[in-house]
Design a protein around this ligand. Structure first.
Ligand code: FAD
Length: 339
């Protein structure tokens, strides 16, 4: 059982910044995310896009903002449970909560901050008969550990940055990389498209376009794929099939937690502290809804800050908190727990 003060569900910008604001108040945090890496929408949907509305940064790339947030919270040593979906929340008689993930990891916390954005990201799956039978048996939608593919045969499908970048990276590790895309043109960065062409010319990547994987064969595990190219069917023997068609967010288990939901978002008390209808459970960032809500990164940061003050008062009912600025004696000397 992992124990903490604030259990944060979602490692997007809002969840990450919560660790900083909580740390100033000497509250410990642990974050759960269904993805293998922190960053939420910024890393999954637009890592290379410049953002222009973060105060103090005339422009910053989405992935760089996430790196900076991770650097900023390192000093507070948050715990992470990545690659696991927060599945259930059980409120205990003493007012604490037990959160259990889809892999059975249990977390005990004094307060819950749901910073789940648009919900948990799930891979877009190709429409191939029986594909689910081979999931985890050769079919993978995320690349968690590239070493798994050392000296193996892989077929990657997709035409965006993920498919291109992973094909390039894995061409150095795998025995054989085949990239299948249903068009001749790729949607990814020009530089990556050129690199893939170059690796194709060097015989390090096999490129099959315009083509689609339409069938899977194997006895208990993936053995071969049927690929259709210009009305001809080809069978390719492979160890892994990795369709990288992007991710779609789904509210998922959050809808089952007894929270008031409106338009696929969690209703909160925005006049006070972003608490939900269940005392001790807060919702901040894109996941919440209230009159005038804006789904922007800086709104999530503001909500996280007010929420942390409320959680501090909930956990320490007899202590009076006096706001000090972080520059008073530096962060290490900052002590919110005044008398
Ligand atoms: P997210 O970033 O969505 O992170 C939520 C995390 O929670 C995800 O990682 C998800 O996997 C995880 N999660 C959800 N449910 C569970 C669960 N049950 N268990 C475990 N993990 C879970 N905003 C701006 O301010 N400026 C911009 O320029 C801007 N540009 C944008 C461009 C695009 C293309 C898009 C799509 C959005 C843009 N936004 C912009 C909006 C901004 O990305 C969001 O406001 C921001 O990502 C919200 O952050 P968040 O932390 O609340 O949620």
């Amino acid at each position: 059982m992992i124990e903490t003060d604030i259990l944060i569900i979602g490692a997007g910008p809002t969840g990450l910044f919560t660790v900083f604001e909580a740390g100033l108040l000497k509250l410990r945090c642990h974050i759960i995310d269904s993805l293998p890496n922190p960053g939420g929408q910024l890393v999954e949907l637009y890592p290379k896009k410049p953002i222009f509305d973060i105060p103090g940064f005339p422009t910053i790339q989405a992935a760089e903002l996430i790196q900076n947030l991770q650097e900023q919270i390192k000093q507070f040593e948050p715990g992470f449970t990545l690659n696991e979906v927060a599945q259930t929340i059980d409120k205990q008689e003493d007012g604490t909560f037990i959160v259990t993930t889809d892999k059975g990891t249990q977390h005990k916390a004094k307060a819950i901050a749901i910073a789940a954005g648009l919900g948990s990201f799930e891979p877009r799956k190709p429409l191939i008969e029986n594909i689910e039978k081979y999931e985890g048996k050769g079919v993978e939608y995320f690349i968690k550990n590239p070493e798994l593919y050392r000296n193996k045969k892989l077929v990657i499908a997709g035409g965006g940055d993920s498919a291109l970048d992973w094909s390039i990276f894995l061409s150095d590790i795998a025995e054989e990389v085949t990239l299948v895309h249903r068009r001749n043109e790729f949607r990814g960065a020009l530089d990556s498209v050129e690199k893939v062409q170059d690796l194709k010319n060097k015989g390090k990547i096999k490129l099959i376009t315009p083509a689609e994987v339409i069938g899977i064969h194997g006895d208990g595990k993936l053995e071969s794929l049927i690929i259709e190219k210009e009305n001809k069917k080809i069978e390719i023997f492979t160890d892994y099939f990795i369709p990288l068609f992007g991710l779609t967010p789904k509210l998922g288990p959050i809808a089952e937690w007894g929270l008031e939901i409106e338009k696929n978002a969690i209703k909160v008390n925005n006049a006070l502290d972003y608490q939900t209808n269940i005392e001790g459970i807060y919702a901040i960032g894109d996941i919440n809804i209230y009159p005038g809500k804006l789904k922007l990164i800086l709104c999530g940061f503001h909500e996280a800050t007010l929420m942390c003050q409320s959680i501090y008062n909930r956990i320490n009912p007899n202590k009076k908190y006096v706001l000090k600025y972080t520059t008073v004696g530096g962060i290490q000397g900052f002590d919110g727990t005044v008398k």
